[in-house]
Ligand binder design. Sequence first.
Ligand SMILES: Nc1ncnc2c1ncn2[C@@H]1O[C@H](COP(=O)(O)OP(=O)(O)OP(=O)(O)O)[C@@H](O)[C@H]1O
Ligand SMILES: [Mg+2]
Length: 291
Amino acid sequence: MNPFAIETEAVGFSYPDGYVALEDVAFRVRRGEFVAMLASNGSGKTTLIKVIAGLLNPQKGTVRVEGRDIRRYAQAELYQRIGLVFQNPNDQLFGPTVAEDAAFGPRNLGLPEDEVQRRVAAALEAVGAGELGERAIHHLSFGQQKRAAIAGVLAMKPSILILDEPTAGLDPAGEHGMLRLLGRLNKEQGITIILATHSVDTLPLFADRIYLLNRGRVLKEGPSEEVFRDHELIESASLRLPYVSRLLDELKNLDGVPIDGLPLTLGEARQQLLKLIPDEMILPVIAEEKP
Ligand SMILES: Nc1ncnc2c1ncn2[C@@H]1O[C@H](COP(=O)(O)OP(=O)(O)OP(=O)(O)O)[C@@H](O)[C@H]1O
Ligand SMILES: [Mg+2]
């Protein structure tokens, strides 16, 4: 079996007005991976998402989905494999209620009604929206609509879930909850996750790998610690280090504090700082909590 969920080679895409939005993009995601496209506004994330989901045809290069050229898929076959969650949930929620909306896709597949209902219940449960089923879409909060949109695509049982800015517009708890949900879908159900974001603070906790894009090109690809190690490159892409990394980086470079590598998360930073604090300075109650 081909190990890649998505592979693009030398993809180039220009909009009808001639604007070149993607150039020579090689983007590969293995089955079961959790990969983030990280880039500032206008860098081509949405364009690349539309290309790999089959909504836009690139003028150059190739796109393969699960080993097969995307042009050889019938539209319906592609929709069953790839679940696409748009940045704005209003662009994809149509049903009067959350459950009716989620039932739309499976019904369209011609599945028997009891299977449709099973899928809808499982999808709502998976996104923690079991109690929202009978609620009217237009009465939901933005965060609830995002969950409803994800439930709608999960009901199609996709093997690949692609999300455009899934945490944009969510409050801090909502953002963390959304990433935990995606992490669970990835680990427990084995769904390949591809998301686009410019949110650097929470990303390193969740993504196996990051593609750093700028002006329609891939600047760098690799695990988060590799991508974030190159500070100049991150800045040249109009992004920044996670705040916690920046703090430790300044302690290291401006104050000479001996810190190894580049902690990217609170947990990593805590471990680094604990190593530098003499045991006698740590209060017994805290010392007991040390792992
Ligand atoms: N229909 C269009 N016609 C012409 N140019 C477009 C069109 N849609 C997008 N573009 C241009 O393509 C570039 C990439 O846009 P895209 O929406 O893919 O970026 P993005 O990384 O998703 O940005 P954001 O973070 O703001 O969502 C931008 O410069 C944009 O102006
Ligand atoms: Mg976008």
